[in-house]
Design a binder for this molecule. Structure first.
Ligand code: B12
Ligand code: SF4
Length: 497
């Protein structure tokens, strides 16, 4: 059978597609796990953001898929529905499968109405999709496939959940990057790929979808498999690798050993990007940070979340940000973690969340001032009540959600207000500051990838400052007007087809 797997074209503010276009890790992993006699193609539509319709028409015409799978996050739901309509109009008999965070956590949105799909794969997808394709091919029915919801007649049936895979046993086969139909992946001019070394997390931050998605657990791939995966990414042209693990820093000893294994295998000629907890880096930075540097880590996304205790409590992110001294908790770990990373010549992508229920102008400003002073690339978001997260019910109970359009749930659109500030004010404060923080990182980017930065600098600036005009800079109109113009541009950008 012919299978086409698509990820959505929607991107968000801190990952401008002019400079950053990453593959979706799920698609290659799914492709690698379908029985080998099927013809699988995958297409990350972020690579065709300006011509989504034409690209999908072309893929459907040339590949003639029997099954199309879509990988969807919540803010991409509207695009996914339009794509489903387009695909069905091009090929009415094609079977549509939706998977990923949104279909898993809000399956009702796909089972009826305009988002009609034939199947929903909930949670981890490799084995479920493999069994589903077999069942379609052999016409054996679907009621035996765990983790699957399916349409039969005008009813939708929900099979029991599938337990998450232990990763050591080799049940999940390596990704198939050869199935990619499009090219153009980039991280500031270097071809980028993604790999996984583990799945899961044992924390329960209130904004994170991972716990509802797969429970609180942590499973790891063997180093042999991870290193082979890096080699495969490299063979396909990668010079930069994003390790997409939910929380690689849960097991610091293992992470240190992995850094050493990367060095020993001679795979430290790649720029690695990873996300981690401040506590792990602050408490183990003396040994961990130099090893990370040796292995080639360049950017570390730190889940700082907030610098104020009350906000951290609301976000349930206090324990992952605790510094320990002499076996005792000794305050917030953030500064120490940043110091270790900077001393070892790595850059901090600072993940902060502003606009929480108790936030005032002063508390938002305190976080922005912190970012200005300490982080290299701001990744400042607003609390976003994704389906079935604890944050969702808390904001709902407090009547603070002001926007139910999930296509705007992209992290940098404020869709909730605080007890003291309107959503617009919160977003305006963040928008006004974080553009200038991004500009500050340009010299480092220029030094690392001069040709790319020189070639795209104009487009990067005009993206970062869209909405601004010369008269804004000259003070002839207020920044608020430019902000409203930016919001209108942003609304238009969301129409991908
Ligand atoms: C790595 C990552 C990123 C990376 C890379 C994204 C990429 N191109 O793949 C970056 C940093 C760019 C990123 C950005 C964003 N991300 Co992100 N990201 C993650 C993270 C940490 C891991 C995702 C991953 O690759 N996992 C490995 C793969 C193999 O697993 P998987 O994606 O879950 O796929 C499995 C199943 O879901 C399923 N599946 C998935 N798709 C499909 C499709 C089909 C057909 C089938 C059958 C099955 C299936 O099978 C797969 C294999 O088992 C997650 C989770 C987390 N703990 O925080 C968040 C997460 C996915 N991101 C999220 C969000 C919101 C975003 C942003 C909007 C803002 C933000 N918070 O940073 C942006 C938007 C990205 C964009 N398009 O511009 C949310 C999604 C929430 C939701 N309900 O939609 C998550 C869950 C984090 C959270 N806040 O809870 N992200
Ligand atoms: S530590 Fe990270 S992955 Fe774990 S629950 Fe919190 S945000 Fe999610």
């Amino acid at each position: 059978m012919n299978v086409l797997l698509l990820s959505m074209p929607d991107s968000f503010e801190h990952m401008p597609s002019v400079a950053i276009r990453m593959p979706n890790g799920a698609l290659a992993s799914l492709a690698g796990n379908v029985d080998r006699h099927h013809r699988v193609q995958i297409a990350d539509l972020i690579l065709a953001q300006q011509k989504v319709k034409e690209t999908v028409e072309d893929l459907v015409r040339t590949h003639s898929p029997d099954v199309v799978g879509l990988s969807v996050m919540t803010f991409q739901r509207k695009t996914a529905r339009k794509l489903i309509g387009l695909i069905k109009s091009l090929s009415p008999k094609v079977k549509i499968v939706a998977g990923g965070y949104d279909p898993s956590l809000a399956p009702e949105e796909y089972a009826g109405g305009s988002g009609l799909v034939d199947f929903i794969v909930r949670g981890e997808g490799e084995i479920t999709l493999r069994e589903l394709i077999r069942a379609i091919e052999n016409e054996t029915g679907y009621d035996h496939i765990q983790g699957l919801s399916y349409r039969s007649g005008d009813r939708f049936y929900t099979n029991p959940d599938r337990a998450v895979s232990g990763l050591e046993g080799g049940e999940i086969l390596p990704p198939d990057r050869g199935a990619r139909a499009l090219d153009g992946y980039t991280m500031l001019g270097r071809q980028v790929d993604v790999i996984e070394t583990s799945r899961g997390c044992t924390f329960d931050c209130s904004f994170c979808s991972i716990i509802e998605m797969r429970g609180r657990n942590f499973f790891t791939y063997s180093f042999d498999r991870v290193l082979d995966d890096v080699r495969d990414a490299k063979k396909h042209g990668a010079r930069s690798i994003f390790i997409v693990d939910d929380n690689i820093t849960l097991n610091v000893k293992r992470f240190e050993a992995l850094c050493q294994a990367i060095v020993d295998a001679g795979l430290n000629d790649i720029d690695y990007i990873v996300q981690g907890m401040t506590s792990a880096i602050a408490n183990h930075g003396e040994t961990l940070a130099p090893l990370m540097r040796k292995a080639g880590f360049r950017y570390v996304f730190l889940g700082i979340e907030n610098i104020l205790e009350d906000d951290l409590k609301f976000l349930r992110a206090k324990s992952k940000n605790v510094k320990r001294e002499n076996g005792q908790s000794a305050g917030n770990a953030t500064l120490k973690a940043i110091d270790y990373l900077h001393r070892n010549k790595m850059y901090v992508v600072g993940g902060l969340i502003v606009g929480n229920p108790g936030d005032t102008k002063e508390s938002v400003e305190a976080n922005l001032a912190f970012a200005r002073k300490y982080v290299d690339w701001p990744y400042i978001q607003h609390p976003t009540p994704y389906p079935r997260t604890p944050m969702n019910s808390e904001f709902r109970d407090r009547n603070l959600i002001i926007n139910e359009n999930v296509e705007e749930y992209d992290g940098t659109t404020a869709v909730v207000r605080s007890e003291h500030l309107s959503a617009e004010e919160i977003e305006f404060m963040r928008w006004r500051e974080d553009r200038w923080m991004k500009v500050r990182h340009m010299p480092q980017a220029l030094a690392h990838d001069p040709l790319f930065v020189i070639k795209t600098a104009r487009r990067m600036f005009s993206h970062t400052f869209r909405g601004m005009k010369l008269k804004t800079l000259l003070g002839l109109e207020s920044e608020r007007e430019a902000f409203h113009r930016y919001r209108r541009i942003r609304t238009l950008e969301r129409r991908y087809l």
